[in-house]
Design a protein around this ligand. Structure first.
Ligand code: PLP
Length: 467
């Protein structure tokens, strides 16, 4: 296992300094990482979160190093608005060909999930201009959503992390419409079926659409399986289809954000799109954003997958996108991402994470829901799971935020050599502290057992501390 030299005593990295991020990653191999803290290197930490649900492949993958080497030699930079490149074409073709036929017909590549959502909003705006409907400007998104930290992405996000930046947003009152989130653990009523809960949400959403003049609404954006907001709440049965029907009825663009849950992380039968769990291809999104596992942490890449309806409006209209980013469709990033995607497919790794991830989730569920009095819910799909902590399992009352549960469980887990993400609950009590698990797609059953054992041990230690 590789280990770099000592980290500086005083950090010059602003985020590390302010957030007091003590440990530095100094190496990794497969599903394990090495970290250095105060000059001490610890090896053999199992990576159960892969950064922030980023790593599809393991660390230090030799085949990816070869792909990178080849891509570096073959990629020549061009400004994408003036000269295109082959690898961006090939990556787009690969994603389109590996999605249900006819759902997507073009793609645009950028460098982060936030940027992909910014671009989706920009493309949606131009779509309505192309269609001669300039008045369709309002953007619907959900309570407790997270779509990124750039300002456009913040404007469609409704959660405590993004709230402080709302003064910077233009006309939020006029443009942004909030609809309820889908959060079965807390908001599905006792005795209510999943279908009835979904129907209730759809009715509430339709009411909000009607109150806001549908002729002025451009789009509806949701995370297929929300990650860093509420934590992997599977949509209730019929919910995503119900939203699709509303979009058809009121002529809105249906935008699914799969930056965190998509590109193979939580998809049935080895498919890349998460929505294939819930929707037939006929009900697919008009536009979809992806990121994270697309580059697996080896390159910074994200993308916007564009359906034929949007593509055709541009081609039949102005035939111009009118601007782009210096690093859009970056040839090297696209070539590496393509190599990674091809490897995921060739080695059936998306099917592997679906199976092993579900195994991990089911094991955690059966242990915690029978044995723990501080775990309220264990939820997720495939390689994307959350554990929500509560003070009282009967009332679902969250722990007081002053207890700092999230950083505490994270620190305990590190001591037990498992890397997880921990998120504090919402200040208004609408969601408890959570941990998030998103291991790499290459995990084995043995790795699953290692993660489960270490997470259970950590939660038990926390339980003791809280006594
Ligand atoms: N969209 C969703 C659903 C996300 O979970 C995230 C990040 O966690 C983003 C967008 C933003 O992606 P990035 O951090 O790459 O900008």
């Amino acid at each position: 296992m590789t280990a770099a030299t000592q980290a500086p005593q005083n950090s010059y990295n602003f985020q590390a300094t302010v957030d007091q991020v003590g440990p530095q990653i100094v190496g990794g191999q497969g599903v394990h990482i090495s970290i250095e803290r105060d000059g001490q290197v610890t090896d053999g930490i199992i990576d159960a979160i892969t950064g922030a649900a980023v790593g599809a492949l393991g660390h230090a993958d030799e085949e990816v190093y070869e792909i990178i080497n080849k891509a570096a030699r073959q990629s020549t930079y061009s400004y994408p608005c003036l000269v295109s490149n082959k690898s961006s074409e090939e990556l787009a073709k690969f994603y389109i060909d590996n999605s249900p036929k006819g759902v997507f017909s073009a793609a645009l590549w950028c460098t982060s999930g936030s940027e992909s959502n910014e671009n989706a909003l920009r493309l949606i705006r131009q779509y309505w201009l192309e269609r001669g409907r300039p008045e369709k400007v309002k953007l619907i998104s959900r309570e407790s959503s997270y779509h990124g930290f750039s300002l456009g992405a913040v404007s469609i996000s409704w959660n405590p992390r993004t709230e402080p930046y709302t003064p910077y947003l233009m006309d939020r009152e006029k443009i942004n419409i909030k609809i309820p989130c889908a959060y079965s653990y807390r908001f599905k009523k006792d005795g209510e079926t999943e279908e009835a809960y979904a129907q209730r949400l759809i009715e509430q959403t339709e009411k909000i659409i009607l109150e806001n003049d549908p002729d002025t609404i451009a789009s509806l954006t949701v995370e297929t399986l929300p990650g860093s907001s509420l934590g992997t709440c599977p949509p209730p049965k019929g919910y995503l289809k119900g939203l699709r029907d509303l979009c058809n009825k009121y002529d809105l663009i249906y935008h699914l954000d799969e930056v965190m849950c998509g590109t193979g992380r939580s998809n049935p039968n080895g498919a890349f799109n998460c929505w294939e769990n819930f929707l037939d291809p006929a009900d697919a999104p008009d536009i979809q954003t992806v990121g994270k596992t697309l580059g697996s942490g080896y390159v910074t890449i994200a993308g916007i997958l564009i359906g034929p309806k949007i593509r055709d409006a541009y081609l039949e209209g102005s035939k111009a996108i009118g601007g782009g980013h210096t690093y859009s469709s970056h040839a090297f990033n696209c070539a590496v991402s393509l190599g990674i995607m091809q490897k995921l497919k060739r080695d059936n790794l998306t099917a592997n994470i679906f199976e092993k991830g579900n195994l991990m989730g089911q094991k955690l569920k059966s242990i915690f829901l029978s044995e723990s009095n501080i775990v309220g819910d264990v939820r997720g799909i495939g390689g994307f799971w959350s554990i929500e902590f509560v003070k009282d399992r009967a009332t679902k009352e969250p722990f007081d935020l002053s207890l700092n549960l999230a950083p505490r469980i994270k620190a305990i887990a590190f001591q037990n050599k498992v890397n997880i993400m921990a998120m504090p609950g919402n200040p208004d009590g609408s969601c408890g502290d959570r941990i998030l698990l998103a291991p790499s797609f290459v995990i084995t059953e043995q790795n699953v057992d290692e993660i489960v054992e270490k997470v259970v041990k950590s939660v038990n230690q926390l339980t003791e501390e809280l006594r």
